[in-house]
Design a protein around this ligand. Structure first.
Ligand code: TXA
Ligand code: MG
Length: 336
């Protein structure tokens, strides 16, 4: 199969292919998604096959307006309106209880709840409207690889296996949406993202807890996808705390190990390294935007024995950045 790169004037053609059960990758503000018509189970099955994704890991249903959820949702949490007004379209996925039989178990993994998100990307919102059905959309990478933040990442992983990619340049945020469980009494964060715990708490005026596994690693996550090893490049990644950079690099030299740096300009300026991916500036936003791109670039470029990556404080957006980096690094820090 030839994978076509679609331009915006070809949205209708892409929507037509989706309705025929083909797969089209679409841009969002977080990462690129692998789209299939959510109401065509055979098409959704292909998404799992193409990605190599475990079938018990449910998908997010992407919608173009709030009323598209009404067909599926059994009942809304009392805070839904407030949350949707504040954050949709945007990097926030909401879990609701669903009406029995309203979505195929291929989409939901057989759960009685489902995940919904309205992405903040005009082309993709138009694509969903043109298709007329919601689109499932896991990140458009091979399972286990860093999520794609450009159309060329998608092409690299899935070329020849999907009908097309709707290209809209690099994504703004760089990590996947926050997943907020609204199926119980207390809204709970199952996956940290750019709609942060602090932002949710300020908006709602209540405490919004993190799912147990985000606090204590031994707990089983409620979002099935959070239990899988994820986002890992083939090259081992070691996280480096700010005071440990000199020691880490000296150790690598002594051990005769080649390394790549994944760091802010502030750190990269201090330590010479030929293989490096430097974030656009020293902010957590720039680091989050560059994280997956950087991991891919260092993994695919000139081969190195390991990647040293910069850590950030685990609050605000730093919680999402560190959640993904820790998975890429299999929780390993450079230890002195
Ligand atoms: O930013 C994003 O969310 C991207 C873009 C493309 O929209 N999509 C994305 O999808 O990250 P995916 O499939 O890689 O992640 C979906 C997450 C998984 O961790 C999954 O387990 C969880 O949402 N999830 C889906 N349905 C759920 C449910 N009913 N209950 C709990 N977790 C659920
Ligand atoms: Mg994913």
């Amino acid at each position: 199969m030839e994978t076509k790169i679609f331009q915006v004037e070809e949205l209708k053609e892409a929507a037509g292919l989706l309705r025929q059960g083909e797969l089209i990758a679409f841009p969002t503000e977080t990462v690129y998604g692998l789209g299939a018509d959510a109401l065509l189970p055979e098409a959704v099955k292909k998404v799992f096959a193409v990605k190599g994704r475990p079938s018990d890991n449910p998908l997010i249903v992407h919608i173009a307006n709030f009323s598209m959820t009404e067909k599926f949702v059994e009942n809304y949490h009392p805070l839904t309106e407030k949350i949707v007004e504040a954050f949709w379209p945007g990097p926030l996925t909401l879990i609701f209880p669903i009406k029995k039989g309203s979505l195929s178990p291929v989409v939901t993994g057989g759960l009685s709840t489902a995940a919904f998100r309205m992405p903040d990307n005009k082309k993709t919102l138009t694509l969903i409207e043109e298709t007329g059905d919601p689109l499932v959309g896991p990140s458009a990478n091979t399972s286990g690889k860093p999520s794609p933040t450009t159309a060329s990442h998608v092409y690299h992983d899935l070329k020849g296996r999907i009908a097309g990619i709707l290209d809209d340049g690099a994504t703004q945020i760089g990590v996947e949406s926050t997943v907020l469980d609204l199926s119980g009494e207390v809204p709970t964060i199952l996956r940290p993202g750019a709609v942060t715990k602090e932002l949710l708490e300020d908006t709602l005026g209540i405490e919004v807890p993190l799912d147990k596994h985000l606090v204590k690693e031994s707990e089983t996550p409620k979002a099935p996808g959070m239990k899988y090893k994820h986002y890992s490049p083939d090259t081992p990644v070691l996280m480096v705390k700010s005071n440990d950079w000199a020691k880490a690099l000296a150790w690598a030299v002594a051990e005769n190990k080649s390394y790549g740096l994944l760091a802010t300009p502030k750190i990269a300026e201090q330590y010479a390294s030929t293989t490096r991916f430097v974030f656009a500036d020293d902010s957590i936003e720039a680091a989050t935007r560059g994280l997956f791109s950087g991991l891919r670039a260092l993994d695919e470029g000139e081969s190195v024995d390991l990647i040293f990556a910069e850590v950030f404080p685990e609050d605000h957006l730093g919680l999402a950045y560190m959640n993904r980096l820790k998975k890429a690094a299999a929780q390993k820090y450079f230890e002195v």
